[in-house]
Design a protein around this ligand. Structure first.
Ligand code: FAD
Length: 444
C-alpha cells in the first residue's frame, strides 16, 4: 500500500515531463535562467492541479492509502510550491516599482493574481486546515483552535480555483508558447481533468440524500450518540470502522462538514447509521441543539481501519481505544457480533474517569455470551472500584493476560494523539509487525 503514497507525486512528474517536452517542440530556451524559470513555473502549475485533484477526495486512491495519508501527501506537495514559485517569480521579477504601479504585461498581471490568491490558499492550508506541520507545536495548535475559524479559512482555501484559472490564462498568454498547439492542448486537458473532477465532486455533494435524525442521546457527559435513518433510499454502503463527513443541513447547527467514525455495524441495521461525538470545540460544542427530525447528509465512506482481508481472516483481534477513539472499534466489535463470530476479541479501552464509561452492560453481556470475548478497561484520572488505574502500557497488557496477542492478533488502535503515540511505542517494543496494526488518527 505504501507505494500508492507516491501516486500524486509520480503523476505530477509525468504531467510535468509531457508538458515540458511539448514546450520544447517549438521553443529552445536561450539560456539556463530561462530554462529554469519555465521549468519551475510549469512544475508549480502541475502541482496545483494535483492538489485540486486530491481536494476532490478521489475514492480509487483513497481506498489504497486513506484520506489522512492523502492529506499528508497534499500538505507535503503544497510545501514544494513556495520554493518552485519563488524561483520562477525571482527570475521573472520586473522590479517592485513596476509591480506596485501595476505597469505589467497581461501575462504578468495574471501571474500575480494567481500568486497572491495562492499565498492566501497556502497560509490557510498550513495554519488552519492541516495539522501536519503545526501539530508539532502545542502553542500553535492552541492558538489555531482558539482564534482561527476553520470554516472561514475553508472558504479562503477555495480561492485555489481562482488561482488555477488565473495561472491557466497566464500560461495561455506567455509569448514563448504562442502557436504551440500540442502544449496548449496538453495544458488545457490537464486543467479540464483536474477542475472537472473537482466540480463533479462538488455537484455530487450537493445531490447527497438526506438522512433523518431518529435518536439523539448523551450516554456520558459531553458525548452525543446520534442515529440517522434513510428516507426510503439505500443506506450508505460502509464497512465497520470507516468514517464519513457529516453535514447537518436542516438543523440549528451549521452545515459545515465534519468527519466522524461510524459506531454502528453495517450488518446490524440496513436503514440507519450511528455516530458518537465528543464535544471538542465550536461545532461539536453546539450539538445539544440538534433534535430528531433534523436532516443530515453523509459523504463517504472513507477509511481503511478494518479492511476486508482482515475481516475475512480468523485472526484474533485487539480493539485498543483511548476515550472517544472507541467509536470505530465499537463498530468493528458490533460487526463481529452481528456475524456471530467466534474470533478471539480483546476490547481494551483507556478512559479518564468513571463518568466517561459507556456500554458497560453491553460488554458484560457479551463477555457472558461469547467465551472468546473479553474487555479490559483502565482509568487514568481517578481510582474506580473494580478497575485498574493507569494507562494502557506493557504492564497492563501483561496483567490482563493479553501479551500472547502481540504475536497472533491484528491490533486496531484509535485514540487521542498522546495515546496513539504511546500505543505505537507499545506495539513497536513488542514486535507487532506493521501489517498487523491499523491505526486511526482523528486528525488530518
Ligand atoms: C477520520 C476522523 C474520524 C473522526 N471520528 C470522530 C468520532 O467518531 N467522534 C468524535 O468525537 N470525533 C471524531 N473526529 C474528530 C472530529 O472530527 C473533530 O473533533 C471535530 O470535527 C471538531 O470540530 P469542532 O468545530 O467542534 O472543534 P474545533 O475546536 O473547531 O477543532 C478541534 C480540532 O478538530 C479539527 N477539526 C475541526 N473541524 C474539522 C473538520 N471539519 N474536519 C476535520 N477536522 C476538523 C481541528 O483542526 C482541530 O484540530 C474524527 C476526526 C477524523 C479526522
Amino acid at each position: 500500500m505504501k507505494k500508492y503514497k507516491w501516486f500524486f507525486p509520480g503523476l505530477s512528474l509525468f504531467m510535468f515531463a509531457t508538458l515540458f517536452l511539448a514546450l520544447l517542440i517549438e521553443f529552445v530556451p536561450p539560456n539556463a535562467s530561462e530554462l529554469f524559470s519555465n521549468m519551475t513555473g510549469m512544475f508549480s502549475y502541475i502541482i496545483m492541479l494535483n492538489l485540486v485533484l486530491i481536494a476532490s477526495r478521489p475514492k480509487w486512491i483513497e481506498r489504497k492509502i486513506g484520506l489522512t495519508e492523502m492529506y499528508h501527501v497534499h500538505a507535503w506537495m503544497a510545501m514544494v510550491l513556495p520554493f518552485t514559485l519563488f524561483i520562477h517569480v525571482f527570475i521573472r521579477w520586473s522590479g517592485l516599482e513596476q509591480v506596485l504601479s501595476w505597469d505589467l504585461t497581461i501575462t504578468s498581471k495574471l501571474g500575480y493574481i494567481g500568486l497572491i490568491t495562492l499565498i492566501i490558499v497556502m497560509l490557510t492550508g498550513i495554519f488552519v486546515l492541516s495539522d501536519t506541520f503545526i501539530k508539532k507545536s502545542k502553542k500553535l495548535m492552541e492558538l489555531k483552535n482558539k482564534y482561527l475559524k476553520r470554516n472561514t479559512h475553508l472558504w479562503l482555501h477555495r480561492l485555489s480555483i481562482v488561482s488555477v484559472i488565473a495561472i491557466l490564462f497566464h500560461v495561455y498568454t506567455v509569448p514563448y508558447a504562442q502557436g504551440n498547439l500540442p502544449y496548449h492542448i496538453l495544458v488545457t486537458t490537464y486543467t479540464v481533468i483536474s477542475l472537472g473532477w473537482y466540480f463533479i465532486y462538488k455537484i455530487k455533494l450537493g445531490r447527497l440524500p438526506k438522512y433523518e435524525i431518529v435518536r439523539h442521546e448523551q450516554p456520558a457527559p459531553n458525548i452525543h450518540e446520534i442515529e440517522m435513518k434513510t428516507n426510503g433510499f439505500d443506506r450508505l454502503d460502509y464497512q465497520a470502522g470507516q468514517y464519513g463527513f457529516f453535514r447537518f443541513v436542516d438543523s440549528a447547527v451549521t452545515s459545515e462538514a465534519h468527519p466522524f467514525s461510524f459506531s454502528s455495524a453495517p450488518l446490524s441495521n440496513d436503514s440507519t447509521v450511528t455516530i458518537m461525538v465528543q464535544e471538542d470545540g465550536d461545532f461539536t460544542g453546539n450539538l445539544d441543539q440538534i433534535k430528531p427530525g433534523d436532516r443530515v447528509t453523509i459523504e463517504g465512506p472513507y477509511g481503511n481501519f478494518y479492511p476486508e482481508t482482515v475481516e475475512n481472516s480468523n485472526h484474533p483481534l485487539v480493539l485498543l481505544s483511548g476515550g472517544i477513539g472507541v467509536t470505530p472499534n465499537l463498530s468493528v466489535l458490533r460487526e463481529e457480533i452481528a456475524k456471530d463470530s467466534n474470533r478471539r476479541i480483546a476490547f481494551v479501552w483507556g478512559l479518564g474517569s468513571k463518568e466517561n464509561l459507556m456500554y458497560h452492560e453491553e460488554f458484560q453481556k457479551l463477555a457472558k455470551q461469547y467465551p472468546n470475548f473479553s474487555y479490559h478497561i483502565i482509568f487514568s484520572e481517578e481510582e474506580v472500584a473494580g478497575f485498574p488505574h493507569g494507562f494502557i502500557d506493557n504492564e497492563f497488557i501483561q496483567n490482563e493476560g493479553l501479551e500472547e496477542l502481540y504475536e497472533t492478533a491484528t491490533w486496531h488502535v484509535c485514540g487521542p494523539p498522546p495515546m496513539l503515540e504511546a500505543a505505537k511505542g507499545l506495539l513497536n517494543e513488542n514486535n507487532v509487525k506493521e501489517d498487523q496494526a491499523y491505526i486511526e488518527e482523528f486528525a488530518f
